[in-house]
Design a protein around this ligand. Structure first.
Ligand code: MG
Ligand code: ZN
Length: 218
């Protein structure tokens, strides 16, 4: 079998498990969001400040993917939400199998919104479905405004782009209007949010959107 064929078959098998994951989530009325980003963009921080902002409105659960450590899950658990760590054993993305194993350990009937922190990487997470309802890419001001040019595949397929660390805008060159123009050129339906987990700026708009997507199932 050719290398391409093998990869195609693996993705097909993954999609079947992703479909089962989606059924399981829907059975328990859990809305799942796949958070993707490069390392350091603030996935863990956004997950935590989102959970804080939703306290009393939606019951949030978390799954944190990492190549080796537990540190993110330990941080997230301090917010007081059910959290499962997935260690990929060096693997550079989560897959549907890993999510299935994590779902089995979560109290799904006590969760309305499941935030999934994917492994820090802007390449392959874009191609591997988990069974999630929404795909979100997080980028941050210190990373610069050229990420959509370098990683178009991920920006093309997401439902939303969260620009994190906007408190740093006064100190760094980041062409916000130019960035948005490029994203909307690739993906006219993408929602773009500007947030800072440090100051709390923009979080209200972001969590309102998550709540409305969940309420309207899409
Ligand atoms: Mg993290
Ligand atoms: Zn990968």
């Amino acid at each position: 079998m050719s290398q391409v064929k093998i990869v195609e078959n693996i993705l097909k098998a993954n999609d079947q498990i992703a479909f089962q994951n989606r059924l399981q989530l829907d059975t328990h009325d859990v809305w799942a969001v796949n958070l993707m980003a490069s390392p350091g963009a603030g996935k863990t921080s956004l997950l935590m400040c989102t959970a804080e902002a939703l306290r009393g409105r939606l019951r949030v659960g978390a799954i944190s993917g990492d190549t080796a450590s537990q540190v993110d899950a330990e941080r997230i658990a301090t917010v007081g939400i059910p959290t499962i760590q997935i260690n990929t054993g060096g693997g550079c993305h989560l897959d549907a199998n890993m999510l299935q194993a994590a779902l089995a350990q979560l109290p799904l009937d006590e969760i309305d919104l499941l935030l999934i922190e994917n492994v820090g990487n802007l390449v392959c997470p874009a191609n591997v479905k988990l069974g999630e309802h929404l795909d979100v890419v997080i980028t941050s001001i210190p990373e610069g405004d050229d990420k959509p040019y370098k990683y178009p595949n991920i920006f093309v397929r997401v439902d939303a782009v969260v620009i994190n660390k906007i408190d740093l805008l006064p100190y760094l060159d980041f062409d916000m209007e130019g960035f948005k123009k490029v994203v909307w050129g690739m993906n006219p339906n993408a929602q773009i949010f500007e947030v800072s987990c440090k100051t709390g700026a923009g979080l209200d708009v972001w969590v309102d959107w998550l709540m409305s997507k969940r309420a309207n199932k899409g």
